[in-house]
Design a binder for this molecule. Structure first.
Ligand code: UD1
Ligand code: CA
Length: 454
């Protein structure tokens, strides 16, 4: 591990018009996390000590998203690029950060979310080996639109933007991924030496290669994968990046001991954590904030967000766990159940067709089909506490606030409005009335009325 200090400059002053969106491009999400969030995570994983994010003027959404990304005491700094005058100009918007002095300055793009930390570390490794500017390149059969890496006798001589390429240069398939590492001690001087004499009249960061060569500094290209370089410009590319991200993460989970029977049908979030020996059946959605312990069973067609599923629990099929649902060890949530902000304690069962919200279901309690915690009165949410080993009969309405004691029995079809002591039996329903022969009498009466045309 290198001990060199590192500043990551992340360019996120995106125009974003091709997304056809009111949302700035870098705030579109992959696996539930904003693209710029992925890039910030990756910068940290590549060893960046500080993050400087360049945003466009008026991009208050982006500023807020960046600020929300603080990690302990380090808050990423946002710098505003008032006018969009090119990528070199954008990097210089972070001048005060660069001037603090870092060994390495990494330049990354907020719309290139799949770059792997290893690809950035490879750039930094070249700097520690004595190179002054290390450029990330990639090979593609469709180089249109990308800057080309122009090599001369094995030396990287220049990067030529697509619009400025000659016919011959346009055939080059070794392209600029956009990211680079610059030796911190030369960064300001190099950036200040870049001009805007090109087809677009912009200050191109890519000109750093020629400028460095002119100054007698050393430049190198480091090859990365196409995925590392994948920049997102529209929603089709967003979906492509999502698919790549998902397949990488599924693969990793499987290597870590999780069984995914049909991996391509399981959707994960950036922070999904699943323990070894858990089996996930097809068609399961993991929203943000879900943690699953070891040896759990997740049956098909479940939808989870912000939920914790502990070891050995069994969920679904067709279960929905909402934020702050905590399903403890060996508890069971069966089909067509919804659980929100509730703790289902070890070994408790909610096997079918129930809504449990703002509740505690005690150890080994059993909740019958059709049971509803009536937690909301139109204004406030109220809590239901069900003691250990309680048995709630089917189709019961538990009107919160409510406490049902340990070992209590609630008869089927009850509407329970008053607290129930431990071990009590409660009936909250009308008594059954049975009238002998009255069924036949009623049928005959109705039949006669129909015949009479009434
Ligand atoms: C850039 C590279 C090109 C490379 C391609 C890879 C330059 C000049 N060109 O082209 O060689 O092949 O990426 O995807 O670097 N930005 C700002 N302020 C600006 C201009 C851009 O913040 O004034 C940001 C954009 O939001 C984006 C990034 O810089 O995140 C790249 O800019 P973009 O205009 O997308 O450059 P490309 O034409 O894709
Ligand atoms: Ca781009």
């Amino acid at each position: 591990m290198t001990t060199r200090s590192c500043l990551a400059v992340i360019l996120a002053a995106g125009e974003g018009t091709r997304m056809k969106s009111n949302l700035p491009k870098v705030l579109h999400k992959i696996a539930g996390l904003e693209m710029v969030g992925h890039v910030m995570n990756t910068a940290r994983a590549a060893g960046a000590d500080a993050l400087a994010v360049v945003i466009g003027s008026g991009a208050e959404h982006v500023r807020a998203a960046v600020a929300a990304f603080s990690d302990g005491d380090e808050i990423p700094e946002a710098f505003t690029q008032e006018e969009r005058l090119g990528t070199a100009h954008a990097v210089l918007a972070t001048r005060p950060a660069i001037e603090r002095g870092y060994d390495d300055v990494l330049v990354m793009f907020g719309d290139t979310p799949l770059v792997a930390p290893e690809a950035l570390s490879a750039l930094r490794a070249r700097l520690s080996g004595g190179v002054d500017v290390a450029i990330m390149g990639f090979r593609t059969d469709r180089p249109n639109g990308y800057g080309r890496l122009i090599e001369n006798k094995g030396v990287l001589a220049a990067i030529r933007e697509d619009k400025d390429c000659s016919e011959e240069e346009r055939r080059i398939t070794f392209c600029n991924a956009g990211m680079m590492a610059i030796a911190g001690r030369h960064a300001i001087d190099l950036l200040d030496s870049i001009g805007n004499q090109n087809a677009k009249g912009e200050y191109y960061l890519t000109d750093i290669v020629e400028v460095a060569n002119q100054k007698g500094l050393s430049v190198a290209a480091v090859e990365a994968s196409f995925e590392d370089a994948l920049g997102i410009n529209n929603r089709a590319e967003l979906a492509e990046a999502e698919a790549i991200w998902q397949s990488r993460r599924r693969f990793q989970l499987m290597l870590d001991g999780v069984t995914l029977i049909a991996p391509e049908t399981v959707y994960l979030s950036y922070d999904t954590d699943i323990g070894a020996d858990t089996v996930v059946e097809p068609n399961v959605w993991f929203g943000p904030g879900v943690r699953v312990g070891e040896g759990a069973q997740i049956h098909a067609f479940c939808h989870f967000e912000g939920a914790v599923i502990e070891a050995g629990a069994e969920i679904g099929p067709f279960a929905r766990l909402r934020p702050q649902a905590r399903i403890m060890e060996n508890a069971k949530i069966g089909n067509f159940c919804e659980v929100k902000k509730s703790r289902i304690e070890p070994g408790a069962k909610v096997p079918h067709l129930a809504y449990i919200g703002d509740a505690v279901v005690g150890e080994k309690a059993n909740i019958g089909a059709g049971t509803i915690t009536c937690n909301y009165d139109g204004f406030n949410k109220h809590r239901t506490e069900i003691g250990a080993g309680a048995f709630i009969g089917t189709n019961s309405s538990l009107v919160a606030p409510l406490t049902i004691g340990a070992g209590a029995y609630v008869a089927s079809g009850s509407v329970v409005t008053d607290d129930v002591p431990d071990d009590a039996l409660v009936f909250g329903r009308a008594r059954q009335a049975t009238k002998e022969g009255r069924g036949r009498e009623m049928r005959e009466k109705l039949e006669a009325a129909k015949k009479a045309g009434k």
